[in-house]
Design a protein around this ligand. Structure first.
Ligand code: ATP
Length: 762
């Protein structure tokens, strides 16, 4: 015995707490109409989690709460508590006693508790399902509902039977799995849609990343190319810069030397130009010497002449003196005249040789004086005065000679000086003429040398210029390489140029023809253009975003795989459960059919009854066949389940009657058939308790007895609570409760004896 008691408080007509203890296998509940018996059965439905208000004869939760009467105020909550003995672990819970309690408040809120702890409805349903106390309530047969199973659709019937067979727990598990499956599928759809959403972006990023990777590989190629190019270029520039410097220095030195030499030679030439001046000077000097010489000659002659005059005068004076002393006449002698003429001739000759006008003038003046003096002398004769005059003239002549001597000495000195100077200059000019020729040759040589040096230098300078341009280009290229490849390129000098398996040294590097380096450069340019086409973009951002989106996509992929796996597992579980349900259901049907046939034959004294698993099409066909034989309008009114669904058909064959189909049974026959089926179902998989609310109402005395026997049979497996007005049924109960309702509209429970019960029931 599992069911221990039920307590109703504020539930419907049970305004005050009432408790029924089920100490017997069969408990009877008796009482007059409307006293509240059915409310007890509904109390059971309520506490076991019934959600259909209709099956509890209400519209709202509030309808279940004691509504008050003329003498009693209404309750605020209705609660029912049912207690089970769990020592046999009927419930999968580690307590010897299990109480389930449900309460409903006026605002419609429901509260559930198991052993006093608040739980959810789901927990209650699960706990009960495991104990074969199904939610369809097949073990609680309400008043007038005994033939519910016959009235149900084939699908509902199947559900009721599944519940009775204890398959509800599997159904519940199946539903749970289906619910999980549907949720999983929702999740799959959601994840798929999320994945679909990011797919174009991911594709775009993948393309970007591919481009970046391509750019990266191009950059690698560029890095190597640049490394070699820059290294070779640097070596080339350094080598040639050093070479040019080395070659330039001696040329510069030579140039400097040549310039010095040229300066010297030019100095000489300058000086030889000075010699020309000297030449001119020497000509002038020569002229001066000639002039001085002629002056000297004139002077010499003047001196000579003056000396002659002085001697003549002295002699004449002496003769005069002698004449005077001898008193001789004064005839002019021819010789005297010839002397005068001779003197004049000499003076003229002297003057003729001189270009000097002053000499001519002096000569003329002297000639005139001489002639004058000769004539005067001859005119005046030999006089004392003449004598005095001659002496005066003589003195003058002597003074004149002195002057002339002095002048001669000066002129002679001047001539000597000029001659000396002339000689020195001549010598100088002579020697400077040699030097200048040499210098001219030297200048010519130097200039030739200089041309050579300058040609060499200009070649070196143009090389220098070319190298400088190459160096500038190298620096520009280096900057560009830095931008394209990164700062690491600045270490290009560490690059090793490898050819034929060995690292090339500088001399090998610079030997390479320049075109090859040009070729490398063209190659670099090509890659640069391709790189530009590919476009780097914000590489880091793209990579980060790609990584994020990719990770997200992979997460979705994993999630989908997990979900697909759990979906598959769930489908497997559902499939297994369906299989299990199907197998057990079919086995159950066979078993139920055995018992059904037995009870049916017992109640009807023969005949056959059978449940048949049927598909809707088949059922329709069957129905149509029946209708073709015997048209039954009412049969058409039966609810038509969806085509293709599987259900249970009840086939009965009454003894001695040609009955086809349930619709043709009488009320009593329907009740008996229902009872036979209900009892058969309960027998196969006995629930812990069964409540039968006036299931026996339609039975005659004979059938009441049979019913009573069946009850006793059934009570061996399930505890029975029988709400009844039937004496026979009451007599089978081990304990009887009377339900009464006074004028206060409140139901009360009292324990009664059979005879009392019979009385109470009336
Ligand atoms: P019968 O033998 O005729 O089937 P019964 O003993 O089964 O009668 P019930 O149907 O259980 O009687 O009880 C019905 C009674 O309960 C009615 O009198 C009804 O007024 C009362 N009742 C139902 N709901 C409430 C409620 N919320 N508050 C107060 N009384 C209620």
């Amino acid at each position: 015995m599992h069911l221990k008691s039920v307590e109703l408080s504020g539930f419907k007509s049970f305004a005050k707490k009432e408790k029924l203890d089920f100490t017997s296998a069969i408990s009877g509940i008796v009482g007059p109409n409307g006293s509240g018996k059915s409310n007890i059965a509904e109390g059971f439905r309520f506490v076991l989690g019934e959600q259909s208000m209709k099956s509890m004869r209400g519209k709202r939760g509030e309808d279940l709460i004691f509504n008050g009467s003329q003498s009693s105020s209404r309750a605020n909550r209705a609660s029912v508590k049912v207690t089970f003995d769990n020592s046999s672990r009927l419930f999968d819970i580690d307590f010897d006693e299990v109480s389930i309690e449900r309460a409903v408040l006026r605002d419609g809120v429901n509260q559930y508790a198991i052993n006093g702890s608040t739980v959810r409805l789901k927990d209650v349903v699960e706990l009960l399902a495991n104990a074969n106390i199904g939610a369809t309530g097949h073990h609680i047969i309400s008043q007038g509902e005994a033939d519910r199973i016959l009235n149900s659709s084939i699908k509902e019937r199947r559900e009721i039977i599944e519940d009775a067979l204890g398959l509800k727990v599997f159904q519940y598990k199946k539903q749970e799995s289906e619910r999980k499956l549907s949720k999983t599928e929702d999740n799959i759809a959601q994840v798929e849609s999320l994945r679909k959403e990011i797919a174009p972006h991911l594709k775009f990023l993948e393309r970007q990343v591919k481009k970046l990777e391509k750019a990266l590989s191009m950059k690698d190629e560029l890095r190597t190319l640049y490394g070699e190019y820059l290294k070779r270029e640097q070596e080339y520039i350094t080598y040639h810069t050093e070479r040019v410097n080395k070659e330039k220095q001696p040329l510069l030195d030579t140039r400097a030397k040549l310039q010095e030499q040229l300066a010297d030679a030019k100095g000489i030439l300058e000086r030889s130009k000075g010699a020309d001046d000297e030449g001119r000077e020497i000509v002038e000097l020569e002229e001066k010497i000639a002039d001085v010489r002629s002056q000297k000659d004139v002077l010499a002659r003047d001196v000579g002449r003056t000396e002659g005059q002085i001697q003549f005068e002295e002699r004449r004076l002496k003769r005069e003196q002698e004449k005077m002393e001898s008193g001789s006449d004064s005839l002019i002698k021819l010789s005297e005249v010839e002397t005068v003429v001779k003197d004049i001739h000499e003076s003229i000759e002297q003057a003729d040789r001189s270009n000097d006008v002053s000499v001519l003038l002096t000569t003329l003046r002297k000639i005139r004086e001489r002639l004058g003096a000769f004539i005067a002398e001859k005119k005046e004769g030999k006089s004392e005065a003449t004598r005095g005059l001659s002496e005066e003239e003589l003195t003058q002549l002597r003074e004149e000679k002195e002057v002339l001597d002095k002048r001669f000495t000066d002129v002679a000195a001047r001539e000597t000086e000029l001659n000396q100077r002339y000689e020195t200059m001549r010598k100088e000019i002579e020697s400077s003429k040699d030097e200048s020729r040499e210098a001219e040759r030297e200048v010519f040589r130097i200039m030739q040398e200089q041309n050579k040096i300058e040609a060499g230098l200009s070649k070196l300078v143009s090389t220098e210029e070319r190298i400088r341009r190459d160096d500038e280009e190298l620096k520009r290229e280096l900057t560009e390489a830095g931008v394209l490849i990164g700062a690491e390129i600045s270490r290009y000098e560490e690059f090793e140029v490898i050819e034929g398996g060995h690292v090339l040294d500088v001399s090998e590097i610079v030997q390479e023809p320049r075109e090859k380096q040009e070729e490398r450069r063209r190659q670099i340019e090509k890659i640069k253009i391709r790189l530009e086409d590919v476009g780097g973009g914000a590489a880091d951002e793209i990579m980060t975003e790609y990584k994020e989106v990719k990770e997200r996509d992979e997460f979705f992929e994993r999630e989908l795989a997990d979900l697909a796996k759990s979906s598959e597992t769930l489908r497997g579980i559902i499939h297994d459960l369906e299989d299990k349900i199907d197998v057990r259901f079919k086995e159950g049907i066979v078993k139920i059919n055995g018992a059904f046939q037995e009870f049916f034959a017992l109640l009807f004294d023969g005949g056959t009854a059978k449940l048949e698993l049927i598909r809707e099409e088949k059922r329709r066909k069957k129905k149509e066949d029946e209708l073709a034989l015997d048209v039954d309008e009412e049969g058409m009114a039966e609810e038509e389940p969806a085509a293709g669904s599987e259900g249970i058909e009840v086939n009965v064959n009454l003894p001695r009657k040609k009955i086809r189909g349930l619709d043709m049974l009488s009320g009593g026959e329907r009740a008996l058939t229902s009872i036979a089926l209900l009892f058969a179902m309960s027998q196969v998989n006995p629930p812990p308790f069964i409540i039968l609310d006036e299931t026996d109402a339609a039975l005659d005395e004979a059938n009441s007895r049979k019913y009573g026997d069946m009850i006793e049979n059934l009570s061996e497996k399930s505890q029975l609570i029988l709400i009844t007005h039937n004496r026979e049924t009451m007599s089978r109960a081990g304990i009887l409760y009377g339900v009464t309702m006074g004028s206060d509209g409140i139901s009360k429970i009292l324990s009664v004896q059979l005879e009392e019960a019979v009385m109470v029931a009336k």
